[in-house]
Design a protein around this ligand. Structure first.
Ligand code: PMP
Length: 500
């Protein structure tokens, strides 16, 4: 273990599905990993094609020079980088050099050694998990990683179920459903998942009252900028969530694509819009990525569940999608050695790790051009950009929405704004269901030229009607002036439907 002074993770055998427990190592890959390092060995073993037949001599790209990240600065003073086919042999075969002949060949399903080293160091810098035998493993992004994690932990025959926020990422719900894993929604407040309510659900669990469903043993949660509610768990909240999971032997999947998009409190017109209190945020002063020391940025981040994980009960999903490029299809998981090994056994027979092109290009940018500090400065910039976008959306909401029926909390992280519409005041509240009113507003939105996401799309528990009316609006996609216009259109649609 890299940290012999720390305790080892607990064992999670009783949480594994029969499918996961039955996975055997890939015999070809284990032989390659064991023997290929031996000097003088001539391999007639694995089917690795000769790089001589790779029709790529080099890849060239222009990237920003940290911390001059804008498109204008990149055009003026960006770095031109070329990745050659045989850089490693040209440099005397140093294992540090990662070239096309290596990166485009078959590799281990953990991802390339170089990329894995970078994310492992990054994870240590940001989270420093408090147990000895943690590991990271590259993934093809969090969508696929979550499918692997659910299949590892959920067993249809066992009647397994998953706890999650009462409104949850719809793709996660769609991932769980065909696996036969039922979803149990936990109520949320302005800081997300409510630990006391989760404790109540678990303490009072009677399988016979739940159609034979076993007491949930997995929590799937998005602690920062939750999709779709935009809520962020503060540090204390996270500690309480963790403790309830310990009490009830619940294994945690922490899905954090928005972790670094934690924002300063909204300081715009009437900050606590909608009468809600300010949700958890880390700090006050805005962060200038070029001026602020990275340590200060890291200190201000709300600690992750992984960073408080004394048992090794957390499997954390990280992704480059929201903070670098979604098309990289690159992310990583971090968990105890036991759980990463099970995860890897699935990766070996499913996607066989992420694409070589993707790993080569991101590694060159992140490790060789930017380094850890440069990458953290990039993340500081992303956080600042999203804070500015959020502020535009909140100002537009302040200006254009009928406060008597629409309310909200300022998001403290991520890309989503969650708007609550008071359906009880709707003129047809007596005759129409929440979903019918939602549909009426949604159709009017489309007529007026704005697309928002309907709250009912995210209801965690299959078939349960929503108890309140919500819409999700993202400030990631549109340009600021378009965003303001879109919110005005949404406001008109609500007014019209409510005959205000
Ligand atoms: N988890 C959450 C909560 C998300 O919102 C998203 C993207 N919308 C993902 C995972 C998927 O990320 P990736 O691109 O890494 O598959």
């Amino acid at each position: 273990p890299p940290h012999p002074s720390k305790p080892r993770a607990a064992r999670w055998d009783h949480h594994l599905s029969a499918e996961s427990a039955a996975r055997e190592p890939c015999v070809l890959k284990s032989a390659a990993a064991k023997h290929l390092g031996r000097p003088g060995l001539i391999s007639l073993g694995g089917g690795l094609p000769c790089p001589e037949y790779f029709p790529f001599e080099s890849i060239s790209m222009r990237v920003p020079r940290a911390p001059l990240f804008s498109e204008r600065e990149t055009a003026e003073s960006g770095v031109d980088v070329t990745i050659g086919k045989y850089d490693a042999s040209a440099a005397g075969g140093e294992d540090k050099v990662y070239d096309l002949s290596i990166g485009l060949n078959y590799g281990q399903a953990t991802g390339s050694a170089q990329m894995l080293r970078f994310v492992t160091e990054h994870t240590e810098i940001v989270h420093d998990p408090p147990y000895a035998d943690w590991r990271s493993c590259m993934t093809v992004g969090s969508t696929g990683a979550l499918e692997q994690a659910f299949r590892m932990l959920c067993d249809r025959e066992r009647g397994d179920s998953i706890l999650t926020e009462e409104f949850s990422f719809s793709t996660a719900l769609e991932t769980a459903a065909p696996l036969g894993a039922r979803i149990v929604g936990v109520p949320v407040d302005e800081e997300g998942l409510v630990p006391a309510r989760m404790d109540e659900i678990l303490t009072g669990w009677r399988p016979e009252e739940r159609g034979g469903m076993r007491k949930p043993h997995v929590l799937y949660t998005v602690p920062s900028g939750q999709n779709p509610t935009g809520t962020t768990q503060g540090e204390q909240r996270r500690r309480e969530v963790y403790d309830v999971c310990c009490k009830h032997d619940v294994y945690i999947i922490e899905d954090e694509p928005y972790y670094f998009l934690q924002m300063d409190p909204y300081a715009g017109p009437e900050a606590a819009a909608g009468g809600g209190k300010e949700p958890a945020t880390t700090t006050a002063a805005p962060v200038d990525p070029a001026q602020t020391p990275v340590d200060e940025f890291l200190d201000r981040l709300i600690p992750s569940l992984l960073s408080m994980d004394r048992d090794g009960r957390v499997l954390r999903l990280d992704s480059f999608s929201k903070v670098v490029v979604p098309g990289s299809r690159l992310g990583w998981v971090t968990a105890s050695e036991q759980m990463v090994e099970r995860f890897l056994r699935h990766a070996e027979v499913a996607n066989q790790g992420p694409a070589g092109f993707s790993q080569l290009v991101l590694h060159r940018l992140l490790d060789e051009e930017w380094g850890h500090e440069g990458y953290l400065r990039w993340l500081m910039r992303m956080r600042r950009e999203y804070t500015a976008r959020r502020d535009v959306m909140l100002a537009a909401c302040d200006e254009a929405l009928p406060r008597e029926v629409v309310s909200w909390n300022a998001p403290a992280a991520g890309m989503f704004h969650w708007l609550k519409v008071d359906h009880t005041q709707h003129p047809d509240a007596g005759s129409k269901s929440i979903v019918e009113i939602e549909e009426d507003i949604f159709d009017r939105c489309i007529d007026k030229g704005v697309l928002v996401a309907r709250g009912s799309w995210f209801v965690a528990e299959h078939g349960r009607p929503p108890t309140n009316l919500f819409f999700r609006a993202t400030y990631a996609a549109a340009q600021p002036d378009k965003m303001t216009e879109a919110i005005r259109r949404f406001g008109k649609a609500v007014r019209e439907s409510f005959r205000l």
